[in-house]
Design a protein around this ligand. Structure first.
Ligand SMILES: *Cc1c(COP(=O)(O)O)cnc(C)c1O
Length: 394
């Protein structure tokens, strides 16, 4: 039998990413593919860099999307900045800090780990101790928004500390960009990477990055070749670099770039500060509903990511059964816990286009039904509690 075209089900994506892609972005993806050196395409690339500078709040010249998902943005930062023997202070308070350590070691560097409990912020005091104890460290690397736990660390303070001890700061902003403030220039971040499928609500497959002049200088003065041919910025920038002359490096994911361009146009139309506010507001509504039904959030209020809510799974409730029913009966995807939090929390995303009142209500209503049927919560109160918050805006 011949295999037929694939038609995915219509889901509501409220997990840790990918998030729902706006119909405008989906429409942009379907526009005609043109050549990656076509002058019209090169014009779009220039706009893309401006739009990313807007999103990152930076004037950095070296700002562009890597042609692969967030993990490739992470790798781009490490392979271009590190040389064998370099020492890096790596903060870990969840899954993604562990991947930074992997990157450092694969570059031939040494990672000095600063570890904090999963669900807690990166502790600046511990970071300062590590910086003091390792005067030969060249970089401080940390995750701004830990998607595995729903915690946001104080990036501004951590970058300040890095600079105070003569280190460059490498920051993971995959989940924060577009959802909560990320101020590349004002905070002095030296290297930053993000992803398209979280709060930017474009499909996965691209990773916006930005490098300060100081970081660009470090890259320029390398003594050794970058270990990755594909991610070597000195080669990639022949294609993405300034000026009209663009040389082939790899074939850019053309249609995916149309999608990111459209999602950034949408962000600019809304205004990034308004987008931050929208995430904070809908988080309050979701929180009110969850708490009304008797559920609690893992993270301290002050350190919570509005776009990623880690909800403690009530005693005796079967994690997989609940997520399974949400997907099957409600076409609703929420995330499972990772690592030490597997089976202990659900991760409910309110990211980008998916961060809206309908989704807050739909998620609460679905949870109300599924958990209510199991007798695990107080039934019938969550949606009203959220609506009280939602109405307060009008
Ligand atoms: C999702 C995520 C990544 C990895 O991004 P991919 O697009 O999945 O490669 C890295 N860091 C954090 C904090 C993330 O949430």
């Amino acid at each position: 039998m011949a295999i037929k075209s694939f038609t995915p089900p219509q889901r509501t994506l409220m997990g840790p990413g990918p998030s729902d892609v706006s119909p405008r972005v989906l429409e942009a993806l379907a526009r005609p593919t043109i050549g990656h050196l076509d002058p019209a395409f090169v014009g779009m690339m220039d706009e893309m860099k401006q739009l990313l500078q807007y999103a990152f709040r930076t004037k950095n010249e070296l700002t562009f999307p890597v042609s692969a998902p967030g993990s490739a943005g992470m790798e781009t930062c490490f392979v271009n900045l590190l040389e064998p023997g370099d020492k890096v202070i790596v903060c870990q308070n969840g899954v993604f800090g562990g991947r930074m350590k992997e990157n450092v070691e694969r570059c031939g560097g040494t990672a000095v780990m600063v570890e904090d409990e999963w669900g807690k912020v990166v502790d600046p005091n511990k970071v300062e101790e590590a910086l003091k104890a390792n005067p030969d460290a060249k970089f401080l690397a940390f995750v701004h928004a830990e998607t595995s736990t729903g915690v946001q660390s104080d990036a501004k303070t951590l970058v300040e500390l890095a600079h105070q001890y003569d280190c460059l700061a490498i920051v993971d902003a995959v989940t924060s960009l577009g959802g909560t403030p990320v101020e590349v220039d004002a905070w002095g971040i030296d290297a930053i990477y993000s992803g398209t499928q979280k709060c930017l609500s474009a499909p996965p497959g691209l990773s916006p990055v930005s490098f300060s002049d100081r970081a660009a200088e470090v890259i320029k003065n390398r003594k050794t070749k970058v270990q990755s041919w594909f991610l070597d910025l000195s080669l990639v920038m022949g294609y993405w670099g300034p000026g009209a002359k663009r040389a082939y490096h790899h074939t850019a994911p053309i249609n995916n770039l149309y999608g990111l361009h459209e999602s950034l146009v949408i962000l600019q139309e809304e205004g990034i500060e308004n987008a931050w506010q929208r995430h904070a507001f809908h988080h309050q509504a979701l929180k009110a509903g969850l708490e009304a039904m008797g559920l609690s959030l893992l993270v301290n209020e002050a350190d919570r990511l509005p776009q990623l809510n880690a909800v403690v799974i009530p005693e005796g409730v079967d994690d997989a059964a609940v997520r399974g029913r949400l997907l099957q009966d409600f076409n609703l995807e929420i995330g499972a816990g990772l690592g030490t939090l597997a089976g202990k929390v659900w991760r409910i995303g309110l990211m980008g286009h998916a961060c809206n009142a309908n989704n807050v209500e739909y998620c609460l209503q679905s949870l109300d039904q599924v958990l209510g049927d199991m007798g695990a919560i107080e039934k019938g109160v969550a949606v009203a509690a959220a609506q009280t918050v939602l109405k307060s805006a009008a």
